[in-house]
Design a binder for this molecule. Structure first.
Ligand SMILES: Cc1cc2nc3c(=O)[nH]c(=O)nc-3n(C[C@H](O)[C@H](O)[C@H](O)COP(=O)(O)OP(=O)(O)OC[C@H]3O[C@@H](n4cnc5c(N)ncnc54)[C@H](O)[C@@H]3O)c2cc1C
Length: 330
């Protein structure tokens, strides 16, 4: 590990100044960034700790106005937020299902969105994989049981690790991204970058830019949402398959569904196939099962992860049922 400067700005404006040097990295809760430094993947000259900036920690608004969330809000705060208990509950469920209570008390929403992949080859300093500038994705012909079943034909088959992103995409959320010079808004679903677009990064942030706010749009009439994940170790783990659904329910009739999948591809992704199979349907267990099957029709599993296709089918079926207040096991 190299030695580095440690900056503790008290205001967002000071963060931008501290990030002017190209070797600066932000630390929020520090769960991922400290691992990256210890694993020899990140070599910052300056670590900018934004954890004591109060103006980045808030949850404001309601279902009628929409909700604005500061990136420094912890996953524990999201999980227990009253504001997120109604139409937006997928986000609270996603945050509450992440890691362990200790981690959720430190980890932030901004950090959850910007964490780096957990592929074991990427995290091991002995493997100079494509994402680190090498020429081989060792997972393609190696241990790939946790890897992508979509978008896995372009030199890196990792899955994006962010659970909160899956819920935010299902909820149609946007981000404000700002630097010393400018500010822009972008949908969460457009924030992430596939290996085809750029092999060496996971999102569109440029040097000096940070996420300054996360926005949930006003909830549409009768909007419901739900998030569910299957892990290898149910107590705490990254997901094998995770799904978030939002939709308007008129009785049991579904309209404007959004179905997002995590641990499926190098980016958290929407399943247009699932959405078209669900739209305008009266939700039943059979319809929910057929939505799961449609979502997986274009999957291209690797040598060791065909099992994920079946798990996704079941997780999608359950999530659609639970969002509609139907018992999938009835
Ligand atoms: C055992 C275990 C299980 C886990 N399970 C899950 C899981 O199921 N799902 C899941 O999603 N995660 C999981 N995690 C990962 C954990 O949730 C993330 O590491 C954590 O959310 C990162 O948040 P942080 O605030 O600690 O970020 P940090 O580690 O401080 O930062 C992470 C990255 O985000 C950048 N960053 C932070 N804030 C901002 C900002 N506002 N703008 C721009 N960049 C920013 C940092 O520069 C860094 O690159 C697990 C971790 C462990 C150890």
């Amino acid at each position: 590990m190299n030695s580095f400067e440690y900056a503790m700005p008290k205001r967002t404006a000071d963060v931008f100044r501290a990030l002017e040097s190209s070797d600066s990295i932000i630390k929020a809760g520090g769960i991922d960034v400290l691992d990256l430094i210890k694993e020899g993947i990140a070599h910052p000259q300056r670590l900018v700790n934004i954890n004591s900036i109060d103006e980045l920690k808030y949850i404001e608004g309601n279902q009628t106005t929409g909700v604005k969330i500061g990136p420094g809000t912890t996953l524990a705060e999201l999980a227990s937020s009253e504001v997120l208990s109604g139409s937006y509950r997928a986000l609270a469920q996603a945050a509450g299902s992440t890691a362990t209570p200790q981690i959720r008390n430190s980890a932030t929403l901004g950090g959850s969105l910007c964490q780096r992949p957990r592929c074991w080859y990427f995290r091991n300093k002995d493997y100079h994989c494509t994402r680190k500038g090498g020429f081989t994705c060792f997972a393609v012909n190696g241990e790939n049981e946790n890897h992508a079943i979509f978008e896995n034909d372009f030199g890196c088959v990792m899955v994006h690790p962010s659970t909160t992103a899956v819920a935010l995409i299902a909820l149609g959320a946007k981000l404000t991204i700002a630097s010393a010079k400018s500010s822009r808004e972008i949908l969460v679903e457009d924030f992430f970058v596939t290996p085809r677009e750029n092999m060496h990064r996971e999102n569109i942030l440029e040097q000096g830019e940070i996420i300054t706010a996360i926005h949930l749009p006003p909830a549409a009439k009768n909007m419901v949402s739900y998030y569910y994940k299957q892990k290898a170790k149910q107590s705490f783990d990254w997901p094998i398959a995770e799904v978030a659904v939002s939709m308007q329910l008129d009785g049991k009739k579904c309209q404007n569904p959004r179905v997002a999948l995590g641990a499926a591809a190098p980016v958290p992704m929407r399943s247009k196939e699932a959405e078209s199979a669900l739209n305008n349907q009266e939700v039943t267990i059979d319809i929910a099962a057929s939505v799961g099957k449609e979502a997986m029709k274009k999957a291209t599993p690797l040598s060791q992860n065909k099992y994920k296709v079946h798990i996704f089918q079941a997780v999608i079926k359950r999530t659609v049922c639970w969002a509609s207040d139907i018992d999938p096991f009835a």
